[in-house]
Design a protein around this ligand. Structure first.
Ligand SMILES: *[C@@H]1O[C@H](CO)[C@@H](O)[C@H](O)[C@H]1NC(C)=O
Ligand SMILES: *[C@@H]1O[C@H](CO)[C@@H](O)[C@H](O)[C@H]1NC(C)=O
Length: 233
């Protein structure tokens, strides 16, 4: 563009060059309109899911066939851990702590002193765990216009078109998460990741959960597997 402007200036000073200049400009216009037309015909590239930040905190409203839970999700890839603090409606709080080495603990901190653990082949979800998901198009959900993807028949994931934040996901089981808050970079203090002493007394591992997914997913499935752990407690 700077070159074109420079030419215009010199051309106005020497009229001899005017026809040449007109040709150049015409050619430029023609080229740019061809490029423009070509661009218009290109199919829009499919959007891809935004990778998760290495650390974030979310409050999730969960609905499983009308059974409601509020979950504090602390995703902490930096430290190789993931925490779901699950408040059952007018019920107890269940702590589901997952380490990247495959160990999970499910426990309560009330007088029940329940704890169970499991050992999986896989670690926590990676920030790019949605890579390779199938794009399904745009849909309106929870009042947000979202891009929608499906990952391996296991989860349908909705991301706000405008802010690119997650809004909603639905597991193949029908369990739904509504993302109420999304604080990128928020991390839970180390002391809160302490597992209570009774987890080390006589822990009965819950059923091996790697068979649950039939080998299609090589990572743990957020809070849905937690629910399976609870069911087996
Ligand atoms: C929860 O899901 C059920 C359908 O499974 C629906 O009827 C109900 O309205 C939902 N509740 C809330 C609070 O979203
Ligand atoms: C995984 O890491 C946690 C936290 O450091 C630890 O309590 C647990 O024993 C480890 N599991 C294995 C199998 O090493």
């Amino acid at each position: 563009m700077a070159t074109a402007a420079a030419r215009t200036t010199s051309a106005s000073q020497s009229p001899v060059h005017v026809p040449v200049l007109v040709t150049i400009i015409t050619t430029m216009l023609l080229c740019s309109s061809i490029v423009g037309a070509a661009k218009g015909n290109e199919p829009e590239p499919e959007p891809t899911p935004t990778p998760w930040p290495e650390q974030f905190h979310s409050i999730l409203m969960m609905n499983f066939s009308g059974e409601l839970e509020l979950i504090d999700l602390w995703y902490d890839w930096t430290n190789g851990r993931n925490f779901n603090i699950i408040q059952h409606q007018l019920g107890n709080i269940l702590y589901d702590l997952e380490w990247n080495n495959g160990t999970s603990f499910f426990y309560t901190l009330d007088s029940d002193r329940q704890c169970s653990s499991s050992q999986l082949e896989v670690g926590i979800l990676r920030p790019n765990w949605l890579d390779g998901a199938t794009y399904l198009g745009q849909r309106q959900v929870d009042g947000f216009l979202c891009y929608v993807w499906e990952k391996a028949d296991f989860i349908t994931y909705y991301e706000d078109v405008e802010s690119r934040r997650p809004v909603h996901w639905v597991f193949y089981t029908g369990r739904e998460a509504h993302v109420m808050t999304y604080e990128v970079g928020a991390a839970l203090e180390d002391a809160k990741w302490q597992v209570p002493w009774y987890c080390f007394e006589e822990t009965t591992p819950v059923a091996a959960m790697e068979d649950v997914n039939g080998g299609t997913i090589t990572q743990r499935g957020l809070v849905d597997f937690a629910a399976r752990g609870i069911a087996n407690m």
